[in-house]
Design a protein around this ligand. Structure first.
Ligand SMILES: Nc1nc2c(ncn2[C@@H]2O[C@H](COP(=O)(O)OP(=O)(O)OP(=O)(O)O)[C@@H](O)[C@H]2O)c(=O)[nH]1
Ligand code: SF4
Ligand SMILES: [Mg+2]
Length: 412
């Protein structure tokens, strides 16, 4: 069986002070030696990730972290790495030693609540002592999910699994569809996949594979063609397709070759809906129209793929933006989990489709942009906007289209 992509896994991370047994707990839960355990405080330095099938929950990614109470210069760097994990955590397991609860845990619990990230409180090492009954009563009154474990004896693991299932956010279980909800059973979607220099050798990229799978799950038909074959493929059909989905980079050609009556969008716009929040990112795209010379624009990619040829983030998007705005923009790039702490200098953030990420991490970035008052959009929306086919690309999503029509200034 092909493993689930990382971005679709529920990210479950273990947080707490050093030496409370975070790594031991992960090993006991997975019944594997995933993380190194030792009596020395500060054993785990970098986050350790373990993908797993946690039935009946489905694909999860366990993340073990360094203690958040680490000190010194190196300790501060470890704490920073652990803090980055917070950004992509769907469910947090706050581990404390039975009897070791203090202001540190109370503060961490408040921080997780503020995000808000669902939390399971684990009192570990119950073989050596019990948590304070008054504390347990207080946590129960706050309706906290609390589990008592002994990682060395392997007790409490069933309870921890149950707690994980109960705490998993609804959007993991009722994940929005990528495309299957737009094309009904027996209806046809045409997927346009350019095979150019940037296409990986011998395979399709993740959004394309996921779209095919999602259409199959919906009992829809799926025709996959290169952009130069699209016109002939459409001519051979005896009824128009329900939807055409294209790689954003071929938007103009595909728009020209697809009859105006056939709804058209891009993989990247579908990803904005699946991984982020389409309305917010549509709103963000409108900021392109307000960009002026000297404005700073941040282009963020969630993973570090090699720029090949005319790389989309480094070459094509800056060029389309320059053509549309006529402005000399200051464009900066970030990749991976790096994201500036201060976003206020930017007039716009343009994000990739985040296909390798879980939704929570993308939503966290959207939230951070909103808090800083900076519009955020994504690649596909930026390309559609800059090429003047934004409205058409939003037609499959009535709420987003209506938002755009109400938001855009009426022609004089
Ligand atoms: N008695 C007892 N000891 C435990 C238990 N769980 C872990 N330990 C011990 O506590 C020590 C620290 O365990 P780790 O799993 O390395 O703790 P950690 O929280 O990952 O520590 P750092 O990576 O250093 O932050 C080890 O000596 C473990 O054997 C438990 O349930 N009971
Ligand atoms: S850069 Fe973004 S869209 Fe591209 S592969 Fe990585 S996660 Fe997916
Ligand atoms: Mg550890």
């Amino acid at each position: 069986m092909t493993p689930a992509p990382q971005g679709l896994r529920l990210h479950i991370a273990f947080f707490g002070r050093r030496n409370v047994g975070k790594s031991s707990l992960l090993n006991a839960l997975t019944r594997q030696s995933v993380s190194i355990v030792s009596p020395v405080a500060g054993t785990t330095t970098d986050p350790v990730e373990k993908p797993m099938e946690l039935l009946p929950l489905g694909p999860v990614l366990f993340i073990d972290t360094a203690g958040l109470d680490d000190t010194g210069e190196l300790g501060a760097q470890r704490v920073e790495k652990t803090r980055q994990v917070l950004e992509r955590t769907d469910v947090a397991v706050l581990v404390a030693e039975a009897g070791g609860w203090g202001d540190f845990e109370t503060a961490l619990l408040s921080e997780l609540n503020a995000r808000p990230t669902p939390v399971i409180v684990v009192f570990n090492k119950v073989d050596a002592g019990e948590p304070d009954p008054a504390l347990l009563a207080r946590l129960a009154a706050e309706k906290r999910c609390v589990v008592r474990t002994s990682a060395v004896r392997g007790t409490g693991m069933l309870e921890l699994r149950q707690a994980l299932i109960e705490t998993a956010p609804a959007d993991f279980i009722d994940r929005p569809a990528l495309v299957g909800d737009l094309v009904g059973p027996g209806e046809l979607a045409v997927l346009v996949v350019p095979i150019d220099q940037e296409a990986p050798q011998g395979r399709l990229i993740l959004p394309q594979v996921q779209a095919i799978r999602d259409l199959l799950d919906s009992n829809a038909f799926c025709l996959v063609v290169r952009e130069r074959e699209l016109r002939r493929a459409l001519e051979r059909l005896n009824a128009p397709p329900k939807l055409v989905v294209t790689d954003s980079q071929a938007f103009l050609k595909v728009a020209a070759d697809t009859p105006r009556t056939v709804p058209l969008t891009s993989f990247s716009i579908l990803m904005a809906r699946l991984k982020g929040d389409l309305l917010t990112q549509v709103q963000g795209a409108l900021a392109i129209g307000r960009l002026r010379s000297g404005d700073r624009v941040l282009i963020a990619e969630a993973c570090t793929h090699h720029p090949i040829g005319e790389d989309i983030g480094r070459v094509k998007i800056p060029r389309w933006l320059a053509q549309y705005t006529g402005a000399r923009l200051q464009i900066e790039h970030v990749q991976g989990h790096d994201f500036p702490a201060d976003l206020t200098p930017y007039r716009l953030v343009i994000h990739c489709g985040a296909c390798m990420w879980n939704r929570r991490e993308m939503l966290n970035r959207i939230l951070r942009c909103q808090q800083a008052g900076v519009p955020i959009t994504n690649y596909g929306l930026t390309i559609a906007f800059s090429l003047g086919i934004f409205e058409r690309a939003l037609e499959p999503f009535p709420a987003a289209l209506e938002y755009f029509r109400n938001a855009k200034p009426n022609p004089a």
